[in-house]
Design a protein around this ligand. Structure first.
Ligand SMILES: Cc1ncc(COP(=O)(O)O)c(C=O)c1O
Length: 390
């Protein structure tokens, strides 16, 4: 990324001047023009009325579908609005026809809320949840997955970039295996969208969930679901209303595309804002953003690892922008709070959000520092110096 682009990113993100924000895996700083898009939308609702604003700003709302289609290498009709990544993921998981004895294969890095849905379905229907082992690097072992898939395997569900560290799972290699077996592949791309390039056809997944507020730099309370056209008929959406379906004779029909997963009532201002954030990512270029994030995170890992008593906990052959670490004899909670008091934002990573991984690796609570393209090497220096000071 050119210095001019970095300068632009920082200029258009005024909080960069006062904050050191390394909590992009929680929620990143939104650019001014995304903020303004949300305000403009709300102002239109205030002036015109909600339905009238929706009609007047229809093109901005439509950009949600065409923008995500561009970002993901998909078709607009395969995109659905979602209020969060989890609700997008749920729409697919609870839309599969689960029968007793069906199997779902996950990886130890699975996101905690997704794990809970699996356990709920295990209790409800008696499905089996199986864990694919990791390879030596800590990523999902694709050969083992190939051997594990059997006649009862209904779903492979993978957290592409888990919440608790630098690992980037090999999404496309998993896709090759699931395609060979004809097994449904649901990718949790909550941390990936806006952080790395995500092309759904190259990955070969059947459905994908994501959020607006993290690396895409959209507003909170926004999310997205992508379901491939071919996968639509394999799912029975768990919720229905007059937007997603219509009465037909004595029965009903679903809307033809992925809108069948949406509710009528949506956060329209947030949707317009997220569409703008997607355009921003496209303007800057996902390849450049991904390269910058990975480079900054690598620098952060190296500098942290050189401090006495600091253990960097990240795994994976390929690593992204989330850095997790612990400091000997210093509770991570205290570190996050002490840094926060200095205007340095990072977050705590703990077992609730990745229970399998924390249990398996016997992990204590960790500090999670996650960088974005608007962060700088100088900020990394400041962050590491502040940790050393503690
Ligand atoms: C990997 C992963 N999946 C899913 C989620 C859930 O996203 P949401 O809170 O939007 O439902 C998160 C949130 O941190 C996450 O990191």
């Amino acid at each position: 990324m050119t210095p001019e682009t970095v300068a632009r990113l920082r200029r258009e993100t005024p909080a960069c001047a006062t904050l050191l924000h390394f909590n992009n895996a929680g929620s990143s700083l939104i650019p001014d023009l995304v903020h303004q898009t949300v305000l403009d939308y709300l102002e239109a609702e205030r002036r015109m009325g909600g339905y009238e604003a929706e009609a007047a700003l229809a093109a901005r709302l439509e950009r949600f579908y065409t923008g995500f289609a561009e970002l993901l290498g998909a078709e607009p009709a395969e995109i659905a609005w979602a209020e969060s990544a989890t609700r997008a993921w749920d729409s697919v998981f609870y839309g599969l026809d689960w029968q007793e004895g069906d199997e779902v294969i996950i990886h130890v890095s699975d996101y905690g809320s997704n794990t809970l849905s699996l356990l709920q379905m295990q209790a409800r229907k008696g499905i089996a949840v199986r864990e694919c082992p990791s390879d030596g690097s800590g990523q999902i072992d694709v050969d083992a997955l190939d051997r594990m898939i059997g006649p009862r395997t209904k779903l492979v569900a993978l957290s592409h970039i888990p919440t608790q560290g630098g690992l980037v799972n090999p999404g496309a290699e998993v896709g090759r295996v699931t395609r060979d077996h004809g097994v449904f592949y649901l990718l949790d791309a909550c941390q990936s969208l806006g952080q790395v390039e995500v092309d759904v056809r190259a990955i070969g997944c059947d459905a994908l969930s994501g959020t607006g507020r993290k690396f895409l730099r959209g507003p909170r309370g926004t999310g997205v679901l992508w379901v491939s056209r071919a996968a639509l008929d394999r799912l029975d959406p768990p919720f229905i209303d007059g937007h997603s379906a219509f009465v037909s004779g004595d029965g009903f029909e679903w809307e033809p595309g992925a809108k069948r997963f949406e509710a009528f009532e949506q956060n329209y201002a947030g949707k317009a804002g997220l569409a703008r954030a997607v355009d921003y990512a496209l303007e800057i270029g996902m390849a450049a953003i991904a390269e910058r994030i990975a480079g900054l995170a690598e620098q952060l890992r190296e500098e942290l690892a050189s401090l006495p008593g600091v253990t960097v906990r990240d795994q994976g052959e390929r690593k992204g922008g989330i850095v997790t670490f612990t400091v000997e004899d210093k509770p991570s909670r205290g570190i996050v709070a002490a840094l926060g008091a200095q205007g340095i934002n990072c977050s705590l990573s703990y077992a609730r959000w990745a229970p399998r991984d924390f249990a398996r690796r016997h992990l204590p609570e960790m500090v999670r520092a996650s960088v974005h393209a608007y962060n700088t090497p100088a900020e990394i220096g400041r962050f590491v110096a502040a940790v050393a000071e503690l």
